[in-house]
Design a protein around this ligand. Structure first.
Ligand SMILES: NC(=O)c1ccc[n+]([C@@H]2O[C@H](COP(=O)([O-])OP(=O)(O)OC[C@H]3O[C@@H](n4cnc5c(N)ncnc54)[C@H](OP(=O)(O)O)[C@@H]3O)[C@@H](O)[C@H]2O)c1
Length: 219
């Protein structure tokens, strides 16, 4: 299985490092190909860099490690590349107000997940995952004892199976939070299963299961 990570910024870099450490094959792409080449060179021979189109074509799984607006732009003319692919969406609808305070950029009844999923071809296997922790926390919390849990949300069995494999390979325990309708719970800045909504806490799998079951009260 080959995983393409589109975007090699904070999140893409952290995830690529973990997947490579977990023996997964990874191909990287960015807007500036030199950024993908630079990270691929750092991470060693299991990682290649490619143009976005070529990275997606080579992959079974595609992680959209881009900001929501960048994902929308990419999908506006390249969504067809994602036919039959497992598509992993870590995006959070985050912006900043005039005082520099982090805010949610979408109305309460909308998730970034619902937007991204609606832009994909019907044959794509969508899953929300890998965006619940801050990139620094993600980078620093793999392979702990007990393992830190990472939530995912999907309506698709192929996507669930695949993302569970990748979460384990990355050094975490998977915890399904529900379907696409539950994606909002995973999304920063204040989804109740996002690190922000959990006051920065990292959960093990038992705590994560309890959090999924807990009554959902959006702050
Ligand atoms: N940062 C976090 O702590 C964190 C935590 C959880 C979830 N997330 C989510 O992860 C996503 C990425 O965040 P980030 O902090 O990693 O962003 P970032 O550091 O700004 O990196 C964005 C990456 O996307 C690439 N990119 C932008 N437009 C592109 C396009 N059209 N085609 C190909 N590549 C493109 C950029 O390429 P260049 O390198 O060439 O500029 C860059 O590598 C966001 O949706 C965010 O909500 C972030």
């Amino acid at each position: 299985m080959i995983t393409a990570i589109i975007g090699v910024g904070n999140l893409g870099r952290a995830l690529a490092g973990h997947l490579v450490a977990g023996d997964e094959s990874v191909v990287l792409a960015a807007r500036d190909e030199a950024h993908a080449v630079g990270l691929a060179n750092e991470l060693g021979p299991r990682v290649e860099a490619a143009l976005v189109e070529d990275a997606i074509a080579a992959a079974d799984v595609v992680v959209l490690a881009l900001w929501l607006d960048q994902i929308k732009e990419l999908l506006a003319d390249q969504a067809h590349l994602l036919e039959n692919k497992v598509v992993i969406d870590p995006s959070n609808p985050i912006g900043f107000d005039a005082n520099g305070r982090m805010i949610r950029t979408l109305p309460d009844d909308q998730s970034a997940g619902s937007i991204v999923a609606s832009l994909l071809p019907a044959s794509a296997h969508y899953v929300k995952a890998f965006g619940t922790l801050g990139a620094d926390s993600l980078a620093g919390s793999a392979n702990r004892e007990p393992r830190v849990a990472l939530f995912y949300a999907t309506d698709d069995d192929t996507a669930a199976y695949t993302v569970e494999r990748l979460i384990r390979a990355a050094g975490f325990d998977p915890m399904k939070a529900g379907g696409l309708a539950d994606a909002r719970r995973l999304e920063g800045p204040n989804g109740d299963l996002s690190q922000g909504g959990l006051n920065g806490e990292l959960l093990d799998v038992d705590q994560a299961r309890a959090a999924v079951a807990a009554a959902y009260v959006m702050t």
